[in-house]
Design a binder for this molecule. Structure first.
Ligand SMILES: Cc1cc2nc3c(=O)[nH]c(=O)nc-3n(C[C@H](O)[C@H](O)[C@H](O)COP(=O)(O)OP(=O)(O)OC[C@H]3O[C@@H](n4cnc5c(N)ncnc54)[C@H](O)[C@@H]3O)c2cc1C
Length: 419
């Protein structure tokens, strides 16, 4: 059985950030994912664009809250992409190549097409991971582990305490299949958008559109000529960790894609020649299991803009809750100069000393997760987890005795914003 200093499971931006940051500190790192590329939701679910990772200060100046490794990625992308490309907009095909490069340059070993299905533990330690692969079961062990699976598969199989969805009824934010249309007359589309929204509402009221979403959620900017991106399907009351439920959700969402494409082509000049060019490979999961760790981050703490002593990342994205049980989306927006911090303890499970959990499955309530779940913030959490693993390894400590000030010092030396 191969042994590593660190195994990261999940190759989304969280996992890549964790793996690369640890490898750059001299660790021998394996990064494993069930897909055949890096990027996680960005690649598997066609998520686009980066939600705002900056705030306006009181003088109206833009201040980036997600910096460090996230800034490195987006600056490298901005250099390679056409001049004028904004850092919020990305080409997800380009990002797959970029993430391969960044990971391999750091010496991270990549293992694709393996699905974690079992975790062996002894006392307060994770001992080894078992992956399902074409060749059978593959087993790997490490001194430390990071769960960056989004759904918390690693901590679930290890037996950690967790919360599925919201406290009252376990319902999770809805799942969504993103899709793109090509050959759209974009200037005309802009003109027609208000009429589209109005007709969509009317069709919903008349039962001609079955999609649960209250309006059309569409992104037009930063995409190639004639391409428009839709994040508008909505499947409610399905459990993202139950494959039978997810299978039903995939079919429902694809029906909604067909419904929306037909609605646009039949009623709007700008879309009459449009073609459905891509539908995401996997339905997108906004929320599923969340760790119940050493600190459970709450909405109240975010709204109070709490500055934790053990902060490892910043954020101010709105508390964006797509109704888990129907239509509507609720928001809480932060004002100019307002931002919160994420404590290191929200990455730490109670049960095991050699595991950290980062990304959308961190230890947070349903409401707090609705803000911290965006890709830029997940990326920063991943960076912190990778650095923390390296500090633990160097000092022979565990996730509860590690010198968090040293983790913060390295993060800041690497350009991360944490205060
Ligand atoms: C529909 C939708 C729209 C969104 N819109 C935006 C947006 O516009 N902007 C934004 O910034 N954020 C957006 N988000 C949020 C954001 O995409 C996610 O919260 C974020 O990508 C989570 O990052 P992650 O690294 O934690 O998980 P992921 O990106 O999901 O990565 C997890 C990885 O783990 C792998 N994995 C999972 N389980 C296993 C296993 N058992 N074995 C092996 N590998 C495994 C998966 O293949 C995946 O690659 C959206 C999310 C959804 C669902």
């Amino acid at each position: 059985m191969k042994h590593y200093d660190l195994i990261v499971v999940g190759g989304g931006l969280t996992g890549v950030a964790a793996a690369v940051s640890a490898a750059r500190q001299g660790m021998k790192v394996l990064l494993a994912d069930k897909a055949g590329w890096l990027g996680g939701a960005m690649s598997n679910c066609l998520i686009y664009p980066f939600m705002p990772f900056y705030m306006k200060d009181k003088d109206g100046n833009q201040v980036d809250l997600s910096q460090g490794f996230f800034a490195e990625l987006t600056e490298r992308a901005a250099k390679d992409l056409p001049a004028g490309t904004k850092r919020s907009y990305y080409d997800s095909e380009y990002f797959k190549f970029l993430l391969d490069d960044v990971a391999t340059e750091a010496g991270v070993e990549l293992l694709f097409h393996v699905t974690l299905y079992k975790v062996e533990t002894e006392g307060q330690e994770i001992k080894k991971l078992l992956f399902a692969a074409k060749s059978g079961t593959l087993e790997y062990s490490a001194d430390y582990y990071v769960d960056a699976t989004g759904d918390g598969d690693l901590f679930y199989f290890a037996g950690c305490d967790f919360q599925l969805g919201r406290d009252a009824d376990n319902l999770c934010q809805p799942m969504t299949t993103c899709f793109r249309l090509a050959n759209v007359d974009k200037p005309k589309f802009e003109e027609e958008l208000p009429a589209m929204q109005a007709l969509y509402k009317q069709y919903r009221q008349q039962g001609k559109i079955l999609n649960e979403r209250e309006n059309i959620l569409v992104f037009r900017h930063g995409l190639a000529e004639g391409i428009v991106h839709f994040n508008t399907t909505r499947v409610i009351r399905h459990n993202p960790t139950d494959p039978e439920d997810v299978s039903r959700a995939e079919v429902i969402a694809r029906r909604q894609v067909r419904e929306m494409v037909a609605f646009l082509k039949e009623n709007f000049e700008s879309c009459k020649n449009a073609t459905l060019v891509t539908c995401a490979a996997d339905i997108g999961v906004r929320e599923s299991r969340k760790l119940r760790g050493m600190h459970i981050l709450t909405q109240e703490e975010l709204i109070a803009c709490t500055k934790f002593e053990d902060s490892i990342a910043l954020g101010n994205y709105d508390i964006d809750i797509h109704n888990p049980a129907g239509s509507d989306t609720s928001h809480y927006y932060f004002g100019p100069g307002e931002y919160y911090t994420i404590p290191y303890r929200s990455l730490v499970p109670k049960e095991f000393g050699n595991l950290l959990v980062a990304g959308r499955c961190l230890s947070a309530t349903h409401e707090a997760q609705a803000s911290v779940r965006i890709m830029p913030i997940c990326c920063c959490m991943g960076e912190a987890a990778g650095i923390a693993a390296a500090v633990m390894k160097k000092s022979g400590t565990d996730n509860k005795t590690v010198d968090v000030k040293e983790v913060q010092r390295i993060l800041e030396a690497n350009g991360a914003a944490i205060r």
